[in-house]
Design a protein around this ligand. Structure first.
Ligand SMILES: Cc1cc2nc3c(=O)[nH]c(=O)nc-3n(C[C@H](O)[C@H](O)[C@H](O)COP(=O)(O)OP(=O)(O)OC[C@H]3O[C@@H](n4cnc5c(N)ncnc54)[C@H](O)[C@@H]3O)c2cc1C
Length: 493
């Protein structure tokens, strides 16, 4: 592989796409290498996705789970961070094009690490997203926070007018994987504990919290026993678990589902949350078209055993975007993959032999159900209850990025789990409706700013026409003061 280092003109340039688990851990793993790392990501933060549901339900603040990437990498002299959504990768020219507010930037590379993750999948029904937001980003979590707390507010208003508010007090979570379970559990705790004394016209603990899934069990990857245990714990909390139900329609007022026997039912619910299905980043398709590497149904790209692409040993793809040996879409796959890729890049530069194929080490999985209740799988161990919950607490504390975030998260957990409070209940109308409003603009946020160059043209024009006017106005103001004629009728001056 040609490296610019070999020519002695400049250091080897590594471009990292994404600041999630793969991107951040990959960039950090290159801190001692003789390379120039450029991380390009469409957000300025590193997101700890496993705790998004706690932002959505008012336990944690967004800053606690999304520290600025720039700050995390500030001490790493060989790394720089660029904001931008990567819209094109040219494998032939070895260039990445990214865009912010319609302004493109082209960044060349010698090695590329693609860790752009996955988005929510609505299984071909993308219009559901308008009424049932997913949970993949800080925007999603804050929108959901607004919708959840807003639903109680709307119910209180309606009830005080004597209206039927059942649809406001019904919450449907679609998808009984870890995220759906955690979300349903937290909404149940909110309604039964946190908000119980805060309203006058409604009884928040009568809220219906429904968890539904097309699968016949809760948490399928945790096996039958832990799935059944989780279902029982949820039901004890007051969550209705509906299994074998395929969502067939979602609108403003409700959700329609169809059962295996053909039965169709509608649940009237204003708040719907989509926690089912993921689709790999569309960058997978770009890479597939240029290399012939196949995509699976979830859009994940088949990579070589060393995480590179066919014919492109300089391009590594890691994390949620890849399809390799049925690896799950979890943080450790992304972290370990990114570290492997970084080691390979470094090794090649110092002339080391290639590593053996990438091997994932499974450290276990866990899901929290409610305070003091969780399920965990570590090797052959199957844990439930308080022990699993304490394990969850310790693991998440270790993996939250930044010392101050760990301390504040711990404090917030004390407030929410030992007490009944939630420190982060602030929500605004813009959080709830901002996404839909932006989606109605054809070019998104870029429509709200001047096109490149237009601002300068407008400023020049304003300067020409307004300068004389402003100077005359200032001269008149000054004359009125100097001549002491303010407040004196014109005929007496
Ligand atoms: C709600 C939720 C809960 C989860 N819970 C757990 C859990 O408990 N345990 C666990 O192990 N895993 C969990 N996961 C899965 C885990 O978060 C992912 O497997 C992991 O984040 C994958 O890492 P990644 O680097 O591939 O992608 P991500 O971490 O998603 O990072 C992708 C990055 O790429 C950026 N990006 C995307 N597209 C572009 C583009 N075009 N241009 C520039 N940048 C781009 C994004 O902004 C982001 O920075 C959860 C996921 C979610 C959504």
């Amino acid at each position: 592989m040609e490296t610019t280092k070999d020519t002695g003109t400049r250091p080897h340039r590594v471009v990292v796409i994404g600041s999630g688990f793969g991107g951040l851990f990959g960039a950090k793993a290159l801190r001692r290498s003789d390379v120039e790392v450029t991380m390009i990501a469409k957000t300025t933060h590193h997101l700890f996705q496993p705790l998004l549901y706690q932002v959505a339900t008012g336990i944690l603040s967004e800053g606690e789970i999304a520290p600025p990437t720039r700050e995390i990498l500030s001490g790493q002299k060989n790394a720089q961070v660029l904001l931008g959504e990567v819209t094109a990768i040219d494998l032939e020219r070895r260039e990445v094009t990214s865009t912010v507010l319609g302004r493109p930037t082209v960044t060349p590379y010698d090695s590329l690490l693609v860790a752009a993750g996955a988005t929510q999948s609505y299984f071909g029904n993308d219009h559901f997203s308008e009424f049932a937001p997913g949970m993949k980003s800080i925007d999603d979590a804050l929108e959901l926070r607004g919708r959840i707390f807003g639903a109680f507010e709307m119910a209180e208003l309606g009830a005080s007018r004597g209206d039927d508010v059942d649809h406001n007090l019904t919450f449907v979570v679609v998808g009984a994987g870890p995220t759906g379970v955690e979300m349903a559990g937290q909404i149940a705790e909110l309604s039964r504990r946190t908000l119980r004394k805060d309203f006058r016209a409604i009884q928040t603990h009568h809220a219906r919290v429904i968890l539904l899934d097309a699968a016949p069990q809760v948490l399928p990857p945790f096996g039958h026993r832990l799935g059944e245990k989780t279902k029982q714990e949820l039901e004890k909390l007051g969550v209705e678990v509906i299994l074998g139900a395929m969502v067939t329609d979602v609108d403003e007022r409700g959700i329609q589902m169809k059962f295996k026997d053909g039965r169709v039912e509608t649940i009237h619910a204003v708040t719907k949350i989509w926690a089912a299905g993921v689709q790999a980043s569309p960058l997978g398709r770009t890479l597939s078209e240029q290399t012939g590497a196949p995509l699976d149904r979830a859009g994940r790209i088949a990579v070589n055993p060393d995480l590179t692409l066919p014919g492109h040993p300089e391009v590594f793809v890691v994390g949620d975007m890849i399809s390799l040996d049925n690896l799950p879409g979890v943080a450790q796959v992304a972290i370990q993959g990114a570290k492997y890729a970084a080691k390979e890049i470094d090794g090649r530069l110092s002339g080391k032999a290639p590593q053996p194929p990438f091997k994932y080490f499974d450290k276990g999985s866990m899901a929290i159900i409610s305070r003091f209740r969780a399920v965990a799988m570590v090797g052959r161990l199957r844990l439930t209850g308080v022990i699993a919950w304490l394990m969850w607490l310790a693991v998440h504390l270790v993996y939250i990025t930044g010392f101050k975030n760990r301390i504040t998260a711990l404090l917030h957990w004390f407030v929410s789990f030992l007490g009944r409070g939630r420190s982060e209940r602030t929500s605004t109308e813009q959080q709830i409706f901002g996404r839909s409003a932006l989606a109605r603009l054809q070019g998104g946020a870029a429509d709200l700013v001047s096109r490149p160059g237009a601002y300068d043209e407008a400023r020049d024009m304003i300067e020409k026409t307004r300068r004389a006017e402003l100077e005359a106005q200032a001269a008149e103001e000054s004359r009125l003061t100097d001549e002491g004629v303010r407040g004196v009728p014109a005929e007496q001056r």
